[in-house]
Design a protein around this ligand. Structure first.
Ligand SMILES: [Zn+2]
Length: 292
C-alpha cells in the first residue's frame, strides 16, 4: 500500500485501492451485479459471508500499523504487526522500519510498506463483495499509529465515510517538556511529538463515531537528558497540554498508559475525563533510539 496525500481530492475516491491509503481507479458502488451465478452469493447467507470477510480482512491478534514513508512524500502505508513480543513502546516496533545507524539521531527508519500481502484482493473481486466487505476492513482491524502524523495522513487520503468506520485505535508516542520548545514546527523524525500536530491528530480521532476502543501509550520526558526520568521535572501544564486534546474523544474502552503518575492537580484541572490511566514505564534503549 502506498498513497500520496491528496486531501479532499482523495476524500471522494471510492476505490478499494484508496482504502487503507492507495490511489486507484474509481469503483461505482451502485448498481452492483447480484452475482447469483457464484455459490458465494447463491448458497451462503449474508451472515456467513460476513464471517468469511472478517477472517480474510481482519486479524484479532495482529494489529495493523499505519506507517508513513520516510521519503518525505507524505505517502502512508500499512503493515500487519510482526513484532508483537516487543517490550518497548509500540512506536519502537520493527514494523515501522529498520533503524539506520550513523544518522546521529536514531529516529529515522527506512521503511517500505508491504503492498503484496493481498489484503485488498477480496475487495477487488467485484462490486458486490466490495459493498458488503468494506466496513469489515475498517471495523475488524485495530489501527496502530506512531504519533499523530500517520493519523493525519490516513485521514487525508481516504474518504470520510470510510474513516468513520474505524472501530479500534492505538496511538504510541513521546512528548518532551517544556512544551514551548515543541509547540510548533515541522520535523520528519519521531520522536518527539509536536504539540500542534498532536492537536490535529486528536481532532481526526474525534471524527470516529463508531470508535469502540482506543489505547494511548505515552512517554513524557524532560528535554534535558539528565532530568529525563524525573517526573518532578514535568509541569502540570505539560500534562494538561497533552491530555486536554483527548478529553473529547469518546469510546467505550479508552485507556491511557503513561510513564509518570498524573498528579491530582492535573486531574482537577482537566475535569471529568473519559479515559482510565495506567502508569507503566516500558524499557527504552536510548543509545539505539535517541530522542532529540
Ligand atoms: Zn508491530
Amino acid at each position: 500500500m502506498g498513497s500520496t496525500n491528496k486531501g479532499e481530492e482523495a476524500a471522494t475516491d471510492q476505490s478499494p485501492e484508496a482504502d487503507l491509503a492507495r490511489s486507484g481507479p474509481r469503483v461505482r458502488m451502485h448498481p452492483a451485479n447480484s452475482q447469483l451465478q457464484s455459490p458465494l452469493f447463491r448458497k451462503l447467507s449474508a451472515e456467513l459471508r460476513l464471517l468469511i470477510y472478517e477472517v480474510v480482512l481482519g486479524d484479532p491478534t495482529r494489529p495493523m500499523h499505519i506507517v508513513l514513508y520516510d521519503d518525505g512524500s507524505g505517502r502512508v502505508g500499512r503493515q500487519r504487526c510482526e513484532d508483537m513480543e516487543c517490550p518497548y513502546p509500540m512506536w519502537r516496533h520493527k514494523c515501522f522500519g529498520i533503524y539506520k545507524p550513523g544518522d546521529g539521531l536514531g529516529v529515522r527508519h527506512s521503511f517500505t510498506p508491504s503492498t503484496r500481502d493481498g489484503l485488498l484482493a477480496l475487495l477487488l473481486t467485484c462490486r458486490q463483495i466490495y459493498s458488503e466487505a468494506l466496513e469489515v476492513l475498517y471495523a475488524a482491524n485495530e489501527f496502530h499509529f506512531k504519533g499523530p502524523r500517520g493519523i493525519i495522513a490516513l485521514y487525508s487520503c481516504i474518504p470520510r465515510s470510510h474513516w468513520s468506520l474505524i472501530h479500534h485505535v492505538h496511538i504510541s508516542t513521546v512528548f518532551l517538556s517544556p512544551t514551548e520548545r515543541w509547540e510548533n514546527g515541522v520535523h520528519s523524525g519521531h520522536p518527539s511529538e509536536v504539540y500542534s500536530v498532536w492537536d490535529r491528530g486528536c481532532r481526526s480521532i474525534r471524527c470516529l463515531p463508531a470508535l469502540r476502543s482506543i489505547c494511548l501509550d505515552i512517554i513524557v520526558w524532560h528535554s534535558l537528558k539528565e532530568s529525563r526520568d524525573d517526573p518532578s521535572m514535568i509541569s502540570d501544564q505539560t500534562l494538561i497540554r497533552i491530555l486536554e486534546p483527548i478529553k473529547a474523544i469518546e469510546a467505550p474502552i479508552f485507556e491511557v498508559e503513561i510513564n509518570i503518575p498524573i498528579p491530582h492537580s492535573v486531574l482537577r484541572s482537566l475535569g471529568p475525563v473519559n479515559f482510565t490511566v495506567a502508569v507503566r514505564r516500558r524499557p527504552y534503549n536510548s543509545t539505539v533510539f535517541g530522542v532529540r
